[in-house]
Design a protein around this ligand. Sequence first.
Ligand SMILES: [Fe+2]
Length: 276
Amino acid sequence: MNISRRKSIAHILFYGSPLASFGYGSLIEKRLVSVTKKEIPLQEAHGSLDGFRVAVMGDFHHDDFGDNDLIRRAVEKINAEGVDLVMLVGDFVSEDPRALRPLCDELQNLRPQLGTFAVHGNHDRWHVGSALGTHLTDAGIRLLSNESVEFPDVVVAGLDSIWGGHPDLPATFKNTGKDKPIIAGWHEPDTFNMYQDSRVALQVSGHTHGGQICAPVKGPILLPRYGKIYPYGHYRKNGSSLFVTRGVGTLSVPARFLCPPEIAILTLRGHGSIAS
Ligand SMILES: [Fe+2]
């Protein structure tokens, strides 16, 4: 089916039959996993990261969503890409920490070269407490809350949720050398406007679900606090990049429409190495 035909059908479903579009969104679209592959341009000073690959996944809301099979397929797709790093951008559950165990049973199978890292989402901060760190550690995943980890070519940093926690940028970057590029996870994307640091090559975020329910042409209908400026995709500012993923789970409404679950595979590209 070509794209314009698909868009026409989506338009008819959305505006002509809300019930049918809810059925499609709850039974079909929310069970799809789309892989978004994107090349992220680097400023000249971060050229050492040319070819570095980051997988981004988040907003599981696993107590609401609970699709272990979808998470398993997402993990398999990431492993097949052979990425350097995985960043899980928060909101592992909506409220119930008991969903962490089945979720982490799948996430523990991620196999990136440098490691899998995670940051808190606002829901994790509101409802989970220390259980998140315990479950992630057991799964071999490092939770970064205002912390950074230094590797030979890159620093991996994670900020606490701005809505539910207490982010501290100076503490997070305090041991970071002035020339080493940083890849930072921060759940809420609009934080990208709250700082400027030339060491940050890439911030990865989630939180918005890309809108979760999108209208044809118009896009997201509702966006959350701290997710209104940068709802989805790649943005650049002062030489740093931001990528916002749609995430994999659902919240409030158990459906997605024109906004399928996503895992993102980002390849960083040095100055001038992206074909135009
Ligand atoms: Fe969130």
